[in-house]
Design a protein around this ligand. Sequence first.
Ligand code: FES
Length: 119
Amino acid sequence: MNAELDTTFVKVCDLEDLAVGTPALADVDGIPMALVRTAPDEVHAVNDVCTHANVSLSEGELDGCTLECWLHGSRFDLRTGTPSGPPATVPVAVYPVALVEGAVYVSTIPAASTEEHPS
Ligand code: FES
């Protein structure tokens, strides 16, 4: 384990278990996540539940760093969780990912930039 990873990181799978370009559903300490390997050495993790309705984003279509919900077509940026257009208006939570010695670790704490701020 990399000493820089705090205790919120959980080993989810081996990197080779994820095919480039094919989203996968993972249960990370009870949190459903869509894991997306967008490049040989790049993996993103977002909450698997579309913020528009209760459907699985890991069943959506990948386009570069964007995951498109299969039901109504909202497209979420995997780096920020932000939808690029309606009907979804709320970002999905993005979780930090670390690749260590061929294994994929994901934090159960969302990245700060995706947290909702009260207005
Ligand atoms: S359920 Fe995902 S955009 Fe409507």
